[in-house]
Design a protein around this ligand. Structure first.
Ligand code: SF4
Length: 296
């Protein structure tokens, strides 16, 4: 896609966005030392490309985005700067587009990923200043490039990521800042791997965690957090769905007490449902003992 100065990629973008026909595109060298250096080099290349008034292909640029008060570095497949100064994110994926349609879940994941790149580009555009503003400079539709049917020919589609942008903006704004997390740690706490196992364990245990079975597929601390949740009798270990339904009942003991009528407010819908379930269970067990049908 990016050989010959990205001719095919620019052709696909032009096919979907119109405007001036792409001719020779500039492909600036974005090499620099470290992610910070590469991000600065990318910002400079974007500025130069915008001023040039021609087509520019930025191959694997580096973008920085502040996440919870700390910079995260992101590397889109490409960003194209058009002669009118618009910046478009390009995502190249290996899943096929059959009859111009691709798997919606994969397109959704690509759109969420691309939305983060758009946010990072808007930050660069904001720092650049001048008109138009970041929201007009950076296209809110990204070019998704996929294999056409099952061939090795490329095809593309413009994907509107405005919805994903607003969701990501909201999520980033709600993230707890790293300074606040650090303030909650014990004095002298450290996660440095040269610390002893007991020291590291103490530090890990000083951080509040809400384990859920989903953690097993995503986090290296899953077994540790699961043991901790089980030792605390926490209902979170039984899954997020159940936790949401149990409301204020946070331990298995509290759930059993509520079900047996030893605790809990009968007006609480979770408590009422538990008591009803306990009655049904008792009836089923009585039925089984009497040789009747078992209600599971
Ligand atoms: S397993 Fe990981 S994600 Fe899950 S609660 Fe523990 S630290 Fe958090």
């Amino acid at each position: 896609m990016k050989s010959d100065g990205g001719t095919e990629l620019l052709r696909l973008l032009h096919e979907h966005t119109g405007g001036e026909a792409p001719e020779d595109a500039a492909v600036p060298d974005l090499a620099a030392a470290g992610p910070e250096g590469r991000a600065a080099r990318t910002a400079l290349a974007l500025r130069e490309a915008t001023a040039s008034g021609g087509w520019t292909l930025l191959d694997h640029p580096m973008l920085a985005l502040e996440v919870a008060g700390s910079p995260a570095y992101l590397e889109p497949d490409a960003v194209v700067v058009a002669p009118d100064g618009r910046w478009t994110v390009v995502e190249i994926k290996s899943f096929p587009m059959i009859d111009a349609a691709a798997d919606p879940s994969k397109v959704g994941a690509a759109a969420r990923q691309a939305a983060v790149y758009v946010l990072a580009l808007e930050r660069v555009a904001g720092l650049m200043g001048g008109a138009p503003g970041p929201a007009d400079r950076v296209a809110h539709s990204v070019l998704l490039v996929c294999p056409k049917d099952f061939s090795n020919l490329p095809t593309a589609s413009l994907v509107d990521v405005r919805k994903q942008l607003s969701v990501t903006r909201r999520q980033l704004a709600r993230l707890t800042r790293i300074e606040e997390i650090a303030d909650a740690l014990l004095p002298g706490a450290s996660f440095a791997l040269d610390r002893s196992a007991p020291e590291l364990t103490d530090t890990v245990e000083s951080v509040p965690a809400t384990y859920a079975p989903e953690c097993l597929a995503a986090c290296e601390l899953a077994f540790h957090c699961r043991d901790r949740a089980r030792s605390m009798d926490a209902v979170t270990a039984l899954g997020r769905g159940l936790r949401a339904e149990l409301g204020g009942l946070t331990s298995v003991g509290a759930v059993l007490d509520a079900a047996r009528g030893r605790a809990g407010d009968a007006a609480d819908p979770a408590v009422a449902a538990l008591r009803r379930a306990a009655v049904l269970r008792a009836q089923a067990l009585e039925g089984a003992a009497a040789g009747g049908a078992v209600c599971r």
